[in-house]
Design a protein around this ligand. Structure first.
Ligand code: GUN
Ligand code: ZN
Length: 645
């Protein structure tokens, strides 16, 4: 069972519970335990390092008579002395390394059951990056047959159904879609170790994203063989939940240390600047002089600390909604990683479906790759489709510095308006009409003053398209002469702003329904910002100070239901659920019957009953496809129910 607790785009914090009742919070990494050589003991890994899950190899155990007997007799947990979750692999990786393994899929599945693993793995076929498409496709047929067989045998054991497909995105997606239909518990993405070893990160991005597109969101995704701390933020950003690392021990044996910016050989390092509990107080000379066995252990522990530290950081950034920033930072550790980040832009449209409509805290521009974030595409799309110009003439202003622009450039804007122009600032986001300048992400983003070429050319391109679509005439705002004319009244300006935000957030039709009849605005005495929108005497919207976006009130929800056809902005729940939700309890995935697929996380949503009667308003935590597939968890955080007001 997998439950999504928090999310940041495709990244999620989840609670994974095995059939044996053991749980672990994801994202997490499973240190690989070699049952013959326990450099660091499983007990230490659990208690001292805090890893709640490990992975070991059932193929090695099965082939070793003593281990085989002990594992069958005691079960894996007692044999390894590990109270957390134990996953086992099947021997596939051995076949990748050393050729064919002499074992059938059925044998290895039965063995994994016999030793009471929590999660067993199919004997999948490792698809090598140099394979032809045909060879890859043929082997996937076998992997899928074996997976079917494993599903029929698994019993109480949970099952890893591995996505294969070499570097062919279509085969990956197709394999993932077929696996999504089977009764599997976890989805490793396999066959990626050579890509990581060869620093082929842009292909790794294609592999992960095409697999994710086909998989079912209610199952954790495991990136098989990914254990370098450098990669964790980036892979988590793409929606991977589980990782495993054999390298912490393998590198230690070779006197190599993992750091966030790479792995380094002890012999080549100039100094040992590490404060982890394993190295603290040690000089590089002292480390080199430590006897081999003890040194291997210290280095393995260092590597585990490096992984654990980064995992903790990834989770913190994820909780804060800032994982993109961390991934962008990490991608700068190696040009090949930067390639990965650049490739991710190809998936901007897919990722946009998962990107929250707003978040706490500003977006930091860390370089041209930031432009690949989904939020840039969303802004560019909505400014074209969800904007209505108040006048047909635009006055363009360049180089807005202070934000919001309408305060910083108040006089120039007023001069333009007097002559019937709509002020539009050319910003790194593209065009910002004055009405939108307090809204997320425009006011909540920071760019360097010295602009790069990509930003200049892209924002100009978006602006040209915008001007073409919405205006008949354009002038340079700074060249406008003073002139006589009537000021646009403060109320009219405020209404323009209020309505522009509603259109951006809810669409044109919904905004028309909300802004019907006489409009009255309540503003904050302290900041002068719009607080409440009253339409024909009904309080329909409240504007949040933080992101300049709206909270939808029950009166507003009723207007939208009455005027805009379903499923726009709706999520429907079962009859059983209605009494709870209408009293303000959160709406749960398992009681949802329909949902607008265009809603993104943190969007305002109207919960309705089967007759499309509004029951409550709230904010989306998950998206439609996730809600339909999850067996548990909160779909919508309810703000107020119809029986409460
Ligand atoms: N370990 C690393 N890669 C793989 C893979 O593709 N399949 C399995 N079963 N284990 C792996
Ligand atoms: Zn250290």
């Amino acid at each position: 069972m997998f439950e999504i607790l928090r999310r940041d785009g495709m990244a999620r914090i989840g609670k994974f519970t095995t059939n044996s009742g053991r749980t672990v919070e994801t994202p997490t990494l499973l240190p690989v335990i070699n049952p013959k050589i326990k450099t660091v003991t499983p007990r230490e890994i659990y208690e001292d390092f805090g890893f709640g899950a490990i992975i070991t190899n059932s193929y090695i155990i099965k082939n070793n008579p003593a281990l085989n007997e002990e594992a069958r007799a005691k079960g894996l947990h007692e044999m390894l002395d590990f109270p957390g979750i134990i996953m086992t692999d099947s021997g596939t990786f051995q076949s990748h390394m050393y050729g064919e393994v002499e074992m059938t899929n059925k044998e290895i599945i039965e063995f994994q059951k016999a030793i009471r693993t929590d999660i067993g793995t199919v004997l999948d076929i490792f698809t090598e990056p140099y394979w032809t498409e045909q060879q890859t496709a043929d082997s996937i047929v076998t992997t899928l047959e074996r997976t079917e067989e494993a599903v029929s045998l698994k019993g109480e054991m949970m099952l890893n159904g591995v996505v294969q497909g070499s570097v062919y995105p279509n085969l990956r997606k197709d394999c993932a879609e077929k696996l999504a239909k089977m009764d599997i518990d976890v989805h490793p993405i396999g066959g990626v170790v050579p890509l990581m070893e060869q620093y082929r990160y842009s292909e790794l991005v294609d592999v992960i994203m095409s697999s994710k597109m086909g998989l079912n969101p209610n199952r954790p995704v495991h990136l098989f063989g990914a254990g370098h701390p450098m990669l964790l933020a980036f892979a988590t950003l793409m929606g991977c939940d589980l990782f495993d690392s054999a390298s912490y021990a393998k590198f230690a044996k070779d006197d190599r240390m993992m750091f966030i910016d790479g792995s380094f050989k002890l012999a080549e390092m100039q100094s040992l600047d590490c404060n982890c509990p394993a190295c603290r107080g040690m000089s590089i000379e002292a480390m080199r002089k430590t006897p081999k066995n003890e040194r291997t252990r210290i280095l393995a522990m260092h590597n585990l600390y490096a992984i654990k530290n980064e995992l903790n950081l990834v989770k913190r950034y994820l909780r804060e909604g800032r994982l993109w920033e961390l991934a962008e930072l990490r991608a700068r550790a190696h040009p090949a990683m930067l390639d990965g980040l650049r490739r991710l832009r190809d998936y901007q449209e897919f990722m946009e479906k998962f990107d929250p409509i707003s978040r706490d805290g500003a977006i930091f521009y860390t370089g041209i790759e930031t432009r690949g974030r989904p939020v840039f595409k969303r802004y560019a799309d909505r400014i074209l489709d969800r904007y209505v110009a108040p006048t047909k003439k635009a006055a363009i202003f360049y180089g807005g510095q202070g934000k919001p622009y309408s305060r910083d450039m108040a006089e120039m804007f007023a001069k333009a308006r007097k002559q019937g122009y709509t002020p539009v600032v050319l910003s790194p986001w593209g065009p910002v009409p004055a009405e939108l300048d307090e809204m997320y992400p425009l006011a909540q983003s920071l760019f360097p003053d010295i602009e790069d070429f990509d930003t200049t050319s892209e924002s100009e391109e978006i602006t040209l398209e915008f001007l073409e679509k919405h205006f008949e005439e354009t002038v340079n705002g700074s060249e406008l002469e003073d002139s006589e004319g009537e000021d646009v009244s403060e109320l009219d300006l405020d209404i323009r702003r209020a309505k522009a935000v509603a259109r951006y957030q809810f669409g044109l039709e919904a905004a028309d329904a909300l802004f019907r009849g006489t409009i009255e605005l309540r503003k904050s005495k302290k900041t002068g910002k719009i607080r409440n929108v009253i339409s024909d005497g009904e309080h329909v919207l409240s504007m949040r100070a933080g992101d300049g976006m709206y909270t939808l009130r029950m009166e507003g929800a009723k207007r939208i239901i009455a005027s805009v056809p379903a499923p726009h902005m709706r999520m429907a729940v079962t009859d059983d659920s209605v009494p709870f939700v209408s009293q303000g309890r959160n709406a749960m995935c398992q009681f949802t019957t329909a949902c607008d697929e265009n809603l993104v996380p943190m969007d305002e949503v109207i919960v309705v009953d089967k007759n499309d009667t509004p029951v409550a308003t709230g904010r989306m935590l998950l998206v439609a496809n996730e809600i339909f597939n999850m067996k548990k968890g909160i779909a919508v955080k309810i703000r107020s129910g119809s029986d409460e007001e």
